[in-house]
Design a protein. Structure first.
Length: 540
């Protein structure tokens, strides 16, 4: 047994066959989740059912996202593994409901149970060498490297192995129209490929498998329209009508640092160009040079396009020149200029630099609030700056828009407990805000924003503050991992409320909808934790 293998068995952990090992099936593949009340698995896809091993939690466990061994209270052992995308083979006591839904099928042979998707059910798997299947699945997990220093820290090593397992579980194999392997935020309920999630996934995967990381990033372009727009969600049978934060060049630049591939970059460059130019053409409604996110009608998702669905920034439902959107665009333009130099497309270099410089100038002219010392959105309808103080206000650090003096004032907010210097910074909305709540983007801390803000702090030489933010982020992830065995979508900025108790879009009610609880086994928390661990140890 590998002592750093996942062993904290609790509710909400996802199990599925990975595209790392072979073909997957978006429509009918088997996906399960550990139950919250017993030693059991909830079958989520292709239909719902419950698989129970015992009424009490297991006394010990070792597992990955595609295999497990559980020891029950009576010393009985349950072993299971996925032989393919449609089947789970189990040895040990396992009880299913009397009637399975039509999309599922099961057969028994002695102490074995084979559960599978009815459309692909193959009873021959009942006699497969289960020990070998478990060994094959465990070998991948155990063979992944740990960064220097982490192996000596049992807590961090176990958390990182869990991150690796989670990352693997979320990989799909190619499935038309997606020509390469791709990833999803949490396999359930967010089953689709998501734009900015994919970039953050690639950033983590670059430390384990740069080739796969390049595929995850390239997969996003499978949904690109003729006019250049990239949808924020894509799956084999559907794509969305909105886009999402432009961070693909950022992801590509880090992949190029890890393992340069000029041919891959040359193939990506024209598609990146069309995508960014679509944003610049189609998200500047007043023609003043700054971009606005699309605004929706739902009070719980005013701007899914921003990725910050229910942020109080969008409560007025008015178009905003957005701090985050324009910071992302300016940084992407800056990176595109560097790509153009690397690829020898010299006629593009000046164009991208000019675009970046103009965006930075306008960010400072329209979005900087001198009195507060923070960047804020600009309300186009009312022709005034927004009063909402959000973590997005730190993102101009990414693109180099602030002066050193402005950067110092931004850094001061991260030390101020009345605004953003909370017990676990950086809150998505300042502590001083009247709309602050323990609800998604209305207060809690998000790992991807911390990662981005730390990048910006480093750009301005605030290395000590950046390092502190990264270390506190890792410690908080590890603290809750030790209790729940999983990586959450977001965390309480005060470090007081357990993640499963936080609100999501107005309530915490998983019995009503999976979208009314913080997500468990969440993708970019795992991949960015992986990146934080590796960069802390190696510097890149």
């Amino acid at each position: 047994m590998n002592p750093t293998r996942c062993h904290i068995w609790s509710g909400g952990q996802l199990f599925a066959f990975s595209g790392v090992d072979g073909a997957t099936d978006f429509a009918e593949g088997l996906t399960l989740r550990s139950a919250f009340t017993a030693a059991a698995l909830d079958v989520l896809l292709p239909e719902r059912a419950t698989l129970t091993f015992a009424d009490a939690p297991p006394t010990s466990a070792e597992f990955g996202g595609d295999f497990f061994r559980l020891e029950l209270a009576d010393a009985t052992v349950v072993t299971a593994a996925f032989p393919d995308a449609w089947h789970l083979l189990i040895d040990g006591p396992a009880t299913l409901g009397e009637t399975l839904p039509p999309a599922l099928r099961a057969e028994r042979q002695g102490n074995r149970l084979l559960l599978g998707a009815a459309s692909h059910f193959n009873p021959e798997w009942l006699t497969a060498d289960l020990d070998r299947l478990v060994a094959d699945r465990a070998r991948w997990l155990d063979s992944q490297p740990l960064p220097p220093g982490v192996a000596a820290d049992a807590s961090a090593a176990t958390a990182l192995r869990k991150a690796y397992s989670l990352m693997k579980t979320q990989v799909y194999a190619p499935e038309p129209p997606i020509p390469c392997r791709w990833s999803t935020p949490d396999r359930y309920p967010h089953r689709c490929l998501w734009l900015w999630d994919s970039a953050f996934h690639a950033i983590g995967w670059r430390h384990l498998d740069p080739a796969l990381a390049r595929e995850l990033l390239a997969a996003v372009f499978a949904g690109q329209r003729e006019d250049g727009m990239i949808p924020h969600m894509l799956r084999p049978d559907w794509l969305s009508a909105f886009t999402q934060p432009p961070v693909l060049a950022l992801g590509a630049s880090l992949l190029m640092e890890t393992q340069p591939d000029t041919n891959w970059l040359a193939d990506l460059y024209p598609r990146l160009r069309r995508y960014l130019e679509w944003d610049l053409r189609n998200r500047d409604s007043d023609g003043a040079g700054l971009a606005e996110w699309s605004i929706e009608e739902s009070i719980h998702c005013r701007s899914g396009e921003s990725g910050m669905d229910n942020s109080s920034r969008f409560d007025t439902a008015t178009p905003l020149d957005a701090t985050d959107f324009n910071s992302f665009l300016a940084r992407e333009c800056e990176l595109m200029a560097a790509f153009a130099v690397r690829l020898g497309i010299l006629e593009d270099v000046g164009l991208w630099k000019e675009r970046r410089d103009q965006l930075c100038r306008l960010i400072n002219e329209r979005l900087w609030n001198e009195k507060i010392g923070l960047y804020v959105d600009y309300d186009l309808r009312h022709q005034r700056q927004s009063p909402v103080l959000a973590s997005a206000g730190f993102l101009p650090l990414l693109c180099g828009a602030p002066t050193p003096a402005q950067a110092e004032r931004l850094a001061a907010h991260l030390r101020n407990p009345q605004t953003f210097g909370t017990a676990f910074p950086v809150p998505s909305i300042a502590e001083s805000e009247t709309h602050y709540a323990k609800d998604m983007w209305r207060g809690p801390t998000w790992i991807n924003l911390n990662w981005l803000i730390a990048q910006g702090l480093d750009r301005y030489g605030h290395h000590e503050l950046a390092t502190d933010l990264r270390q506190r982020t890792c410690r908080e992830i590890e603290r809750w991992f030790q209790k729940y065995g999983t990586f959450f979508e977001y965390y309480d900025d005060r470090g007081e409320v357990p993640p499963p108790k936080l609100l999501r879009k107005g309530k915490c009610a998983p019995e009503q909808s999976p979208y009314h609880q913080v997500m468990f086994d969440f993708g970019w928390t795992a991949t960015l934790y992986t990146d934080l661990c590796w960069t802390a140890a190696t510097g890149h």
